[in-house]
Design a protein around this ligand. Sequence first.
Ligand SMILES: Cc1ncc(COP(=O)(O)O)c(C=O)c1O
Length: 397
Amino acid sequence: MNTYSELISSIEESRTMAVSSLIKKLKAEGKNVLSFSAGEPDFPTPDFIKQAAIKAIHENFTRYTPNEGHPPLINAIIKKFREENNLEFNPNNILVSDGAKHSIYNLLMALCNPGDEVIFQAPYWVSYPEMAKLAQAVPVVIKAGVEQDYKITPLQLEKAITPKTKVFIFNTPSNPTGAIYSKEEILKLAEVLKDKNVYVISDEIYEKIIFDNEEHFSIGSIDYLNEKVITVNGVSKAYAMTGWRIGYAGGNTEVIKLARNLQSHSTSNAPSISQAAALAALTQTTDEISNMVEQFKTRRDFIHNSLNEIKGIKCPLPKGAFYVFFDVSEYYGSHINGYKVNDSNSFCNYLLNEEHVGLVPGAAFGNDNCVRMSYACSMDELKEGFARISRGLAKLN
Ligand SMILES: Cc1ncc(COP(=O)(O)O)c(C=O)c1O
């Protein structure tokens, strides 16, 4: 009999992808399913970016680029980090990868030895625990529930750090909660990290999708943490470019060098054409991004207000990204026709089967009291989705 890698066999399928597959299956059966599971903007990639890619093809920019990235893109990333994040880098500090996901994976692989601990909070992005396991590290989760606005405290961080802690993954604005850590909150977390031998991977992929005059602050810009923080970003969410697969990391030369080595033997350079497109995204100005954020805000306001009208739902106001993450635990224990809702999976299954609404169970993000709803969809879909959710919940006893 064949045996397979024990390590890879221990990794779970991405649960957000599993939900999407189920929704696709129901749609293929002809069901009118409304899916709110999308982890990507519903807007098309702006035209000037597409044009840059087309130009790159016509100019035969179709060969390998340097493994670490196309030099003009690296320079644009350095400029972006300097001007927007107060981070000072030279080309040796940068790695361009196939999406931010790939950058984070490369970094964890570069940093961790078997048994090292990788800390992050729950609710977390689904890939953090599995990536930590792939790096043979031990995921350590700090719980931050709705009662603390899904944000950890410095004391919680302090308590979670042990001599084995290697990395703290920090994500603001957050997927799935949309929570944003203020500069003051980040400074307090940084104090905890000050004398510790812990690296920080700062995942800032939702940086540009923020509302209510909130300001994004990069933990890497704190002087005394400078050498320990690797900042990750990308073009997927900010420029509606999820399929182009460009992400990047900036940080400590030694860590970046190791991550580059790993990338050089696995995927090599990110696609040349996508790099040309990303260069346009980072260097040309446009209204399209702010229009997109404006529309996300209108939708957020609608769905946040509406959900809070439903008895038993607790939905804090997300300050960024394009998700609402709401507590539905008051419905646990209710039932209908012999079907019992007792966790986020059974809650989502009920709404999917009964009302054909696709939400993602909070269990996928480490918080079983909640569910995630993406508002990367039209206002009409949101209105109809809300109507279905309230109708479905009203039927539960
Ligand atoms: C928090 C977070 N980080 C990283 C990523 C990866 O983005 P990409 O690989 O498309 O750049 C995602 C995508 O969903 C995300 O939600």
